[in-house]
Design a protein around this ligand. Structure first.
Ligand SMILES: NC(=O)c1ccc[n+]([C@@H]2O[C@H](COP(=O)([O-])OP(=O)(O)OC[C@H]3O[C@@H](n4cnc5c(N)ncnc54)[C@H](O)[C@@H]3O)[C@@H](O)[C@H]2O)c1
Length: 349
């Protein structure tokens, strides 16, 4: 091989070697791009493209900037209201026992969903601090509001008149939550008849008369709706550590009452009456003023109740907001005569 032939072979070898390296670099670059894809990058896939193919790719032009109306993500469901079945806008509800505790929390939850809610309670006025913070939490945007009326549920004629006046004033009544209740921890053999009668007058007769007064107005207005009675898991089991025989049996009576009222009022009649669903909520132990008083009376009770619970704790009142919004609204439209047990698994083992 002469000198010029040797130079030609060296040049050819160098070019081939460069070509191989370029191809390898191209593959490496391609792999890198596939792992960290960028918009407009030509390698949106994991396909390995050789250098020669890479060279053959046309240059990808930068996409034009989006027009103003294209900058926001397009939501196909933007005109569909979220949780519309839970919407209580424009509806009117009454909650007894609404000055504090579970009653007030549930009233707030209904107002949050858009309802005008009347809290009835025997207290002269609700606790100012609790009430004003509840008012602040109700979002005015949804149109809901809270109102207070003093009323003892044992005064059944006064209760009936007040419920009638609320329904007439608003020309509607969509339902009631009967939460007024009392508890007394006393061993059975020490109970006297007056105490039995007092507890039943509030926990049973009061709940019954609240439901019938509301249903009477709903019937008159041809207004379907939802009645929610607050029972208790203590109406289902002998609640360990709760030496409260009358309270517990009053709650069992409320669960049975709901089934009977549901049987009478649920069916929509041809004349427009009916369509009134009746259900119970049976809570487990909740940290309310009623229960805190129990803990003061019986040392060690809190620890005992916590130990009996699958979750190892008691409930906060806010954990009942969703369940009352569900039962009061169309979200539960096929539910009547039922009893929702919300007890952290207390009665499930
Ligand atoms: N706290 C719990 O662990 C628990 C568990 C299961 C069921 N419950 C039930 O939940 C409901 C609310 O209980 P809470 O724990 O919030 O108690 P709570 O004592 O904190 O509140 C009860 C409210 O009912 C009112 N009330 C009592 N008697 C009344 C009457 N005659 N007329 C009008 N209002 C009256 C009280 O003034 C009070 O505002 C009750 O029916 C109770 O039995 C509570």
């Amino acid at each position: 091989m002469n000198a010029s032939a040797t130079r030609a072979v060296r040049l050819l070898t160098r070019q081939r070697l460069n070509g191989t390296l370029n191809a390898r670099n191209g593959r490496l670059a391609q792999r890198t791009c596939s792992l960290f894809p960028r918009p407009g990058n030509i390698t949106a896939t994991r396909t390995i493209i050789t250098a020669s193919k890479l060279e053959a790719q046309p240059t990808v032009a930068k996409p034009p900037p989006p027009k103003d109306n294209e900058t926001k993500p397009q939501n196909e469901n933007s005109d569909v209201k979220r949780f519309s079945q839970f919407d209580l806008t424009g509806k009117v509800f009454i909650v007894t026992g609404g000055a504090q505790g579970l009653g007030l929390e549930m009233a707030e939850a209904l107002a949050e969903a858009g309802a005008k809610v009347y809290c009835l309670d025997r207290a002269q006025q609700p606790d100012p601090a609790t009430w004003s913070s509840a008012l602040k939490r109700v979002p005015s945007a949804y149109g809901g509001s809270l109102h207070y009326r003093k009323q003892d549920v044992q005064d059944t004629s006064g209760l009936d008149e007040l419920i009638a006046s609320i329904a007439t004033e608003n020309n509607r009544l969509d339902g009631v939550v009967a939460a007024a209740g009392v508890q007394q921890i006393t061993p059975a053999m020490e109970y006297n008849p007056n105490d039995v009668a007092r507890t039943l007058a509030i926990n049973y007769t009061g709940v019954f008369m609240t439901a019938t007064s509301a249903a009477r107005q709903m019937h008159k207005l041809r207004q379907p709706g939802s009645i929610v009675l607050i029972a208790s898991m203590s109406g289902l089991v002998a609640n360990k550590g709760l030496i409260s025989p009358v309270y517990n049996s009053s709650k069992a009576a409320v669960i049975q009452l709901a089934r009977n009222l549901a049987m009478e009022w649920s069916r929509k009649q041809e004349d427009g009456t009916g369509g009134i669903r009746v259900n119970c909520i049976s809570p487990g132990h909740i940290l309310t003023p009623m229960v805190r008083k129990n803990f003061e009376e019986v040392p060690g009770l809190r620890e005992k109740w916590e130990a009996e619970n699958m979750m190892g704790r008691l409930a906060e009142t806010r954990e009942f907001r969703g369940v009352v919004q569900f039962l009061a609204s169309d979200a539960s439209s096929f539910m009547t005569g039922g009893n929702l047990v919300v007890d952290g698994g207390h009665t499930a083992w």
